[in-house]
Design a protein around this ligand. Structure first.
Ligand SMILES: Nc1nc2c(ncn2[C@@H]2O[C@H](COP(=O)(O)OP(=O)(O)OP(=O)(O)O)[C@@H](O)[C@H]2O)c(=O)[nH]1
Ligand SMILES: [Mg+2]
Length: 698
């Protein structure tokens, strides 16, 4: 493998809606460039970048992956990214490594939700980009229609640099609007083109499109504008550098056409990437933070700078161990280099650094500023870490991801695997920053949280396949609580005086409701030694323990006050344990009169949806016992604020996706506890009965 300097590199992310053909197209481009010896297919599980078993089985991309093509003097690093909404955090995370993007658009479906979303990711990372109208071979494919929609959404800087020659079954190649030549391909062939003159029926359209391109390139460039006014056109030798500048400055978003499955347009697309998309060094300086004070510093993307690498992806392989994918942000990374991990303060050795082709890696002696590589077995480096030359610390910003939207209770299927669960889950968490693992302190359940149901299910499948660990997922238990609504007064007496040492404890208590959130209060109102002082804490303890076990349905009783005001004792038979039992009995007797009820957590929910969905969303929230708090417009979207019981929100992530075709997002945080309506409470209490009886029998 040749070693490439920064100027000869192109780091291109393929992004777009799910199923637009990103993975398929990368396989076609690699085959065309001679990097692999067959045209891999997503549908057969033979694509280069959907190599993970989870991806092969599901036939879509789940995580970002990497491949490269040597094309002329250039090496193109392709980042394949998922387009499916619940895996988009992977896409966002991988764009740090890209210097440009190809936004794929389906020639039949046109602009879709994730087209817009991934476009906005590119904006966030300031990525120069082109649009590729793919799957031109499909029935009902339409280039002109799709182009119009793109211009409407993304503006007039969206300009074709190719026109398709033929459509649907007859799609056979493209007309290049820069060089004004036609190129035809053999369907399902080598991806190499035959150059031809532009067919007569396309000549006029091509000339017009060429002029539109020339005008757009001249628009932001005074010198070219002058030339354009003088000559009425711009010669190719000036147009090409003018286009490169316009693309890099994001004044021009070129549109291309192809079919990845039929391998039509591939050679032209590779040429376009090599000739027109920027290299990493052209992106100038990077911003980071210094090692200590967190002050902003700049770093040039150049070989003569100190080495720094940024880890953008981690894979937990049960055999190879941890594999880290990184971009060399500055300097040269040599094999066997010792680098400091600035994010963790440790040292790491980069042994056997390699370049990546899907699941395969090939060893390389060094990687230059801007290049992308992998290394196995770093000790404690994780995604988002910056490493580099000890003498020149720098930290590149981590990508901030949204909070998980859904949680499941997770349990090892066999009891013997309980210890394994936490270890294996933590390995999976290392490769997916959007997954969280926690333990609910009240319900004691382990929770696995992610972006959506399928996201969590993929994690479960990985646990099984890679770590041979079978788990079950359940909706998490709701941390209900219990409280009282009325005052009560009762005696709690524990007396056992048959034979041997007896037991005697006796207390009188009053119980009163407290404000929500107040917890528990104990007041000692004993006068005259009705209960000796040393036994009073035992009474309190008995009450606290009984309250933690609940009265109605096994949930802790909260927000009440107990006043201990009388009692009696026995000189010989009274003991701590006897007073504890007396307290517990008094508590239970009070509960009978105190109008106990269940409390449930209420969440503050904020939902953002396109305006036309807001009516449906509010109707749906009413059905979930939600209380709408407000509605604010926010640039074409509506933000709905509501308070909704947690119990009604367990499946909201997937319901919102289906209600809004994936356009809605929401966030949720705990607000307060409130009384569960009687009908619902009755069911919860009834559901608790069988298990409570079983427990008592034990
Ligand atoms: N007819 C036709 N089908 C295509 C073409 N490209 C991809 N497909 C099919 O479209 C489906 C999706 O292709 P992928 O390459 O997996 O799409 P993707 O954009 O990577 O999808 P995600 O990974 O979910 O984001 C597969 O069944 C492909 O065979 C094409 O050019 N023409
Ligand atoms: Mg894919």
């Amino acid at each position: 493998m040749k070693i490439y300097d920064g100027a000869s590199l192109r780091n291109v992310a393929l992004v777009g809606h799910g199923h637009t053909g990103k993975t398929q197209l990368i396989s076609a481009l690699l085959y065309t460039a001679g990097m692999v010896n067959r045209l891999g297919k997503v549908d057969d599980g033979t694509s280069v970048t959907d190599y993970d078993e989870e991806e092969i089985q599901r036939k879509f991309s789940i995580s970002a992956s990497l491949a490269h093509a040597e094309w002329g003097k250039v090496k193109i690093n392709f980042l394949d990214t998922p387009g499916y909404n619940i895996f988009l955090h992977e896409t966002e995370g991988a764009l740090v490594a890209a210097d440009s993007a190809l936004v794929l658009v389906h020639a039949v479906s046109g602009i879709e939700v994730q087209t817009e979303k991934t476009w906005s990711f590119c904006e966030k990372f300031n990525l120069p980009r082109a649009l590729v109208i793919n799957q031109m071979d499909r029935d009902r494919a339409g280039f002109a229609r799709t182009l119009e929609a793109l211009q409407k959404s993304f503006g007039r800087t969206v300009i074709p640099v190719q026109l398709p020659s033929g459509e649907e079954k007859n799609f056979r190649g493209i007309v290049d609007l820069v060089y004004m030549k036609a190129y035809t391909y053999e369907a399902g062939g080598s991806g190499k083109a035959k150059e031809e003159e532009i067919p007569a029926d396309l000549a006029e359209a091509a000339t017009q499109a060429h002029e539109a391109l020339v005008e757009m390139v001249a628009e932001g460039n005074d010198k070219l504008m002058e030339e354009f006014f003088e000559k009425g056109t711009i010669p190719v030798e000036d147009l090409v550098p003018g286009m490169r500048d316009a693309i890099a400055a994001r004044r021009l978003h070129p549109v291309l056409a192809c079919s990845g499955l039929q391998n039509i347009g591939s050679e032209n697309l590779l040429n376009f990437v090599a000739d027109f998309l920027p290299s990493p060094v052209e992106r100038g300086e990077l911003e980071g933070l210094d090692g200590e004070g967190g002050n902003a510093i700049k770093r040039k993307i150049a070989d003569d700078q100190p080495a720094a690498v940024y880890v953008f992806k981690t894979v937990a392989d049960p055999f190879a161990g941890r594999v880290s994918y990184y971009k060399v942000m500055s300097g040269t990374l040599k094999n066997e280099a010792n680098l400091s991990n600035f994010s963790r303060g440790s040292a790491e050795r980069f042994s056997h650094i390699g370049v990546v082709q899907g699941k395969a890696q090939a060893a390389i002696a060094e990687l230059h500023a801007g290049d992308i590589g992998a290394v196995a077995k770093l000790k404690d480096t994780l995604t988002g870490d910056t490493l580099g030359d000890k003498a020149a610390p720098i930290l590149f910003p981590k990508v901030k991801l949204a909070d998980p939207a859904i949680s499941f209770a997770i349990e090892a299927k066999s009891r013997g695997d309980e210890d394994k669960l936490s270890t294996a889950v933590h390995r999976i968490l290392e490769e997916d920053l959007m997954l969280r693992f926690s333990r609910d302190p009240q319900t004691k359940e382990f929770l696995l949280s992610g972006a959506g149901q399928q996201h969590v299910e993929v994690a479960v499948s990985k646990l099984k396949r890679r770590f041979n660990l079978e788990v079950t997922l359940k909706a998490p238990k709701i941390p209900y609580r219990e409280t009282i609504r009325a005052k009560a007064e009762a005696q709690g007496k524990h007396k056992k005086q048959t034979g041997g040492h007896g037991q005697y404890g006796d207390c009188w208590i009053k119980m009163e409701p407290l404000a929500r959130g107040a917890g528990f209060e104990f007041v000692n109102d004993i006068f005259g030694g009705a209960i000796p002082r040393n036994f009073i804490p035992a009474v309190e303890k008995g009450i606290v323990e009984a309250a933690s076990k609940g009265y109605l349905a096994g949930y802790p009783v909260v927000d009440f006050r107990v006043i201990l005001f009388d009692g009696s004792y026995h000189d010989v038979d009274s003991s701590e344990i006897a007073f504890k039992l007396a307290g517990s009995k008094g508590f239970k007797k009070c509960m009978e009169q105190a109008k106990p009820c269940l409390l449930e957590p209420i969440m503050n929910v904020e939902i953002t949806v396109p305006d036309n969905f807001s009516g449906d969303i509010m109707g749906n929230l009413n059905g979930r016992r939600g209380r709408i708090q407000g509605m604010d417009p926010k640039g074409g979207s509506t933000v709905v604020k509501a308070q909704v019981p947690l119990a009604e929100m367990l499946t909201y992530a997937s319901d919102l996706t289906s209600m809004t075709q994936g356009r809605g997002t929401y966030s949720m945080e705990y607000s307060h506890y409130d009384v569960v309506p009687q009908m619902i409470a009755d069911k919860i209490v009834a559901a608790h009965k069988p298990s409570a009886e079983a427990e008592e029998e034990e």
